[in-house]
Design a protein around this ligand. Structure first.
Ligand code: NAG
Ligand code: NAG
Ligand code: NAG
Ligand code: NAG
Ligand code: NAG
Ligand code: NAG
Ligand code: NAG
Ligand code: NAG
Ligand code: NAG
Ligand code: NAG
Length: 837
């Protein structure tokens, strides 16, 4: 989907305009819109102020400059310019005016009525007006067609405000990038630009005259992985990076607290800064700066160089490499970088029968991964062997939330981070991997390790003879989290042999038993898909939820493995976090972060229902689930179909952030695969899409269906299953469809929630819900479209078609039994189409 722009606060604006227009004559300084035949004159007190008083449009002179410019500024005591119209064409006196020209363009005129700057639209418009919104967006509106024809947000200066989009679209060559000022006294185009580059993995790149100067590292669905510590200080910004295909990408952000003035700007030295207005100090705080040390400058140490800001000198060569020009290098000129010491085995011409040992990989941990990455859809996480098998691949990394990354060009911009970052595996000739060590040390360690190895092997062999044989299963390694690893020893025996779990923390049974008072029933939180869930507290005080697989459950074992495999690769604020697992003899347990507010169904339909009467919270939860699902389907780069979305699988943290849980049924899709069949239909009755329940076909669209059901449940506050005895409707979807056709869809929400002001929003949400549950899977929107629809980025929604609902022949449903996922045979289920009219 391309770039869409819509301003949805239109009608509100009109009301406001009507009110303000009554005062225009007396208070010209307080208008928020400019119409034909109105003008703003430099020197007068007249300025355009946004309705919420946050921004103003007017004339200004930068520090140490007498030239006059027209710009949008924050309406605060400190001059803070966020957008400039006549950047390249300053006015040399105070005789300028801003007005709408006869052809409907917004223009800046000099004293002689000459056009100094114009919004430069080619099609004349007879009735247009200019509005300044509280976001800082200056929009030119065609009143006869009722649409925006020009926006300052699409012609960025050097600042990125909330809800503004930085965009690159290679298909249409459309770009919206930040360009720095030449210097603090001159807003003319400077040499630095900041843009989002739609590589396969989008990232923010600052260029100086076209050459890279700084890069953020790829987006992992939540963070840019090349910014040290981004998790802690930029986390609350709600960044949104969308690249639906490798040709386009855009970035925007919204801070969770709308009342904080906050923006990013690219200063004249090419440093991207985030600034937050402090009411206390009455000045700006710099809360983020793209360059924090010398190593942050792109390619500081040259190709194959390795930068560590903590070291002296900061540059070294990557292991296995040596300076290209030793004199330059020693004189601290690192630009030419390093070269490989020993040629790779795979590069040698082996036709002469020269056989050497195979190349290997050396791991560098917690680094900023190099630039010019290639992404591979390799799902088996055999990233390493893929890289080894292709001589042009010189490094790889596997990163949760992104997947397999490969490098084929010289490695540049590698930096050591104190923590975080990724693990980089560099291909080296075999001799480079161990030739640094002293021979004696090698012998000594070989003896010691050999002894340990033999001991372990003997132990495992004995175990193996006693233990049952189990199908081995693969597990991708997980990015090292900061969580302490409690025990990693010989727990991989029995059922988990052959598994690479080295990065997933293991908990000892004893520790979990102590944490949950020996699995006391008072600690029990509920019964999950394959066993009970307990609340516990670790010795360090952290609260956890422990899911214990019932000993006898064989089916549960599959789901246990699946869940570990899927969720250990993911991290997103709307997915529950797996802290580790425990596999000891007969016991298998998963350890999660504890969610104090329990599951959504308990919250929505249970005793705390009263608190849920707030429409804002409902919206927040729906949007969170949608973002989590978007991450699973798109942003995680693994394409995961959850297959069992329902209210009881949504957990709520202390801030009521919804988190998707229970990945026992989830399936990972390969690169081009977008639909699969299964003979084993698992899922929860009432949430399953018809094509899945009846034919076993599942795809992203079957998750969208389940999401639609959930959305309608949250909007209505009624359980889908609560309708089984209802003569009138039979299901929530049927009920919603009936109301829709009777044009009474607002009846879906309880009277206590309803407020006429909310009507457009409630109608929109219900409308989107109905689009998600359409019969034909192809007709349902995909989840990124759903998110755009909910947030009103897409204004015109298609008309919903006939929804699908499955009616169980046997009714009523047993009360709480829908907590656990059950199997449905196709014969038990019928698809019923009810005509609403
Ligand atoms: C603007 O002023 C011109 C000349 O005074 C007049 O002809 C025109 O009708 C005015 N337009 C509006 C929209 O008032
Ligand atoms: C403005 O000019 C003064 C005096 O020349 C100088 O000290 C100051 O640094 C300048 N300010 C900026 C922002 O360039
Ligand atoms: C200002 O600019 C105008 C034309 O752009 C020019 O005619 C005029 O002489 C300039 N005034 C000064 C004081 O430089
Ligand atoms: C205005 O548009 C015309 C043609 O579309 C273009 O040639 C011209 O450079 C533009 N001027 C400005 C100031 O952008
Ligand atoms: C311009 O459009 C507005 C809103 O549609 C309308 O109220 C106004 O009368 C129009 N003005 C002219 C001159 O057509
Ligand atoms: C939002 O920001 C305002 C102003 O800085 C502050 O007073 C308020 O406490 C903040 N609200 C939250 C929920 O952080
Ligand atoms: C840009 O920001 C950096 C870091 O805060 C600062 O050192 C530098 O002086 C700024 N550049 C300009 C031109 O203000
Ligand atoms: C560093 O080395 C490069 C390439 O040899 C050369 O072009 C450049 O001038 C040198 N820089 C300095 C500061 O000596
Ligand atoms: C490899 O060796 C063969 C036979 O000796 C020779 O024909 C070929 O050109 C060599 N290739 C390279 C890349 O050296
Ligand atoms: C090796 O990788 C390069 C670059 O990605 C690619 O062009 C080439 O086709 C690959 N070769 C094989 C045999 O996969």
């Amino acid at each position: 989907m391309g770039f869409r722009h819509v301003i949805n606060s239109w009608s509100i604006l009109h009301v406001f305009l009507f009110i303000t227009s009554c005062f225009c004559l007396e208070f010209t300084s307080a208008i928020d819109s400019l119409r034909v035949n109105q003008s703003i004159r430099d020197g007068d007190s007249e300025v355009l102020v946004s309705s919420g008083q946050t921004c103003k449009l007017g004339f200004f002179s930068p520090v140490n400059s007498s030239y006059r410019y027209v710009g949008v500024m924050y309406n605060i005591p400190v001059l803070t310019v966020i957008w400039v119209a006549n950047r390249e064409t300053p006015l040399n006196d105070s005789a300028g005016t801003v007005e709408i020209s006869e052809d409907g363009n917004l223009v800046v005129l000099n004293g002689q009525k000459g056009i100094v700057w114009s919004s430069n639209l080619s099609n004349p418009v007879t009735n247009s007006s200019v509005h300044l919104l509280d976001t800082g967006n200056l929009v030119l509106q065609d009143n006869s067609r009722g649409m925006n024809i020009w926006e300052s947000f699409q012609h960025a200066s050097d600042s990125l405000m909330q809800r503004m989009r930085i965009l690159t679209d290679l298909r249409t060559n459309e770009k919206n990038i930040l360009t720095s000022w030449r210097n603090p006294s001159d807003p003319a185009l400077g040499s630095f630009t900041a843009s989002i580059e739609p590589l396969e993995l989008p990232e923010v790149v600052i260029r100086k005259g076209g050459d890279p100067y700084w890069r953020s590292g790829p987006w992992d669905g939540q963070l840019f992985i090349g910014i040290a510590g981004m998790g802690t200080y930029l986390y609350q910004n709600g960044f949104d990076v969308v690249n639906d295909n490798p040709q386009t990408a855009y970035l925007s952000f919204t801070h969770f607290n709308a009342s904080v003035l906050l923006y990013f700007f690219l200063n004249a030295s090419g440093i991207l800064q985030q600034k937050a207005w402090s009411d206390g100090y009455r000045d700006w705080d710099v809360t983020f700066s793209s360059i924090q040390n010398e190593c942050d400058v792109y390619g500081k140490c040259g190709p194959f160089g390795f930068c560590n800001a903590q070291a002296m000198p900061i540059c070294t060569c990557l292991p296995g490499f040596e300076p290209k020009n030793i004199d330059e290098w020693n004189a601290a000129n690192w630009t030419s970088g390093c070269t490989r010491k020993t040629r790779l085995q795979c590069e040698k011409n082996n036709s002469a029968g020269e056989m050497g040992k195979q190349d290997g990989f050396l791991r560098l941990n917690t680094v900023k991964l190099p630039a010019r990455v290639k992404w591979s859809p390799n799902l088996e996480a055999d990233c390493g062997s893929q890289c080894l098998n292709n001589c042009s691949c010189i490094a790889y990394s596997f990163y949760a939330g992104i997947g397999c990354m490969l490098w084929t060009e010289s490695l540049i911009d590698v930096q050591k981070f104190p923590s975080g970052g990724g693990d980089l595996y560099i291909r080296l000739a075999h001799s480079e991997l161990d030739n640094k060590k002293d021979r004696k040390a090698i012998i000594a360690t070989t003896v010691v390790f050999g002894f340990i190895f033999i001991t372990i092997c003997t132990y495992f062999l004995l175990k193996w003879y006693r233990g049952r044989k189990q199908k081995s299963w693969q597990l991708l390694t997980r990015k090292g989290k900061t969580y302490p690893e409690y025990s990693k020893e010989s727990v991989l025996k029995d059922n988990l042999n052959g598994v690479k779990l080295e990065e997933l923390p293991f908990f000892k049974f004893e520790m979990l038993s102590n944490a949950t008072s020996n699995f006391d029933s008072s600690c029990k939180l509920g019964e999950g898909g394959f066993g009970p869930v307990y609340k516990g507290k670790l010795p360090d005080g952290q609260e956890i939820a422990v899911k214990r697989l019932a000993r006898s459950s064989n089916q549960g074992l599959e789901e246990f493995k699946n869940e570990v495999e899927v969720i250990s690769k993911l991290q997103h604020r709307n997915l529950v976090r797996l802290l580790g697992c425990c596999v000891e003899s007969e016991e298998k347990m998963l350890v999660y972060e504890y969610m104090p507010n329990g599951s959504l169904d308990a919250y929505l339909f249970g005793s705390r229902k009263q608190e849920f009467l707030d429409w804002k919270i409902r919206k927040f939860i729906i949007e969170g689930i949608c973002r989590g699902l978007l991450y699973l389907h798109r942003d995680s780069r693994l394409r995961i179909i959850h297959r069992d979305l329902k209210a009881s699988n949504i957990l709520l943290d202390e801030e009521l952030n919804p988190k998707i849980s229970d990945f026992g049924m989830a399936r990972i899709f390969g690169g081009k695969e977008d639909q699969a069949n299964t003979t084993r239909v698992v899922g929860t009755f009432g949430y399953m899409a018809p094509e899945y329940a009846l034919e076993g076909k599942f795809s992203e669209k079957s998750d969208v269906y389940s999401f639609g059901v959930q959305l309608l449940e949250i909007v209505s506050g009624r359980k889908n299953t609560s309708f089984y005895n209802d003569e009138q409707a039979g299901s929530l979807i049927a009920y919603a469809w009936k109301l829709w056709n009777e044009e009474k869809i607002t009846d879906l929400v309880e009277a206590a929630v309803y407020d006429p002001q909310l009507k457009p929003e409630i109608v929109r949400y219900a409308h989107v819900g109905l689009l998600c549950v359409e019969v034909v899977a192809q007709d349902r929107p995909n989840i990124s479209t759903v998110l755009s629809m909910l947030s009103s980025e897409i204004v015109e929604l298609p008309h919903p078609n006939q929804p699908a609902f499955i009616v169980h022949k046997r009714s009523p449903e047993k009360g709480s039994s829908n907590r656990s996922p059950r199997k449905f045979s196709v014969n038990d289920v019928t698809l019923t189409i009810i005509d609403g009219r």
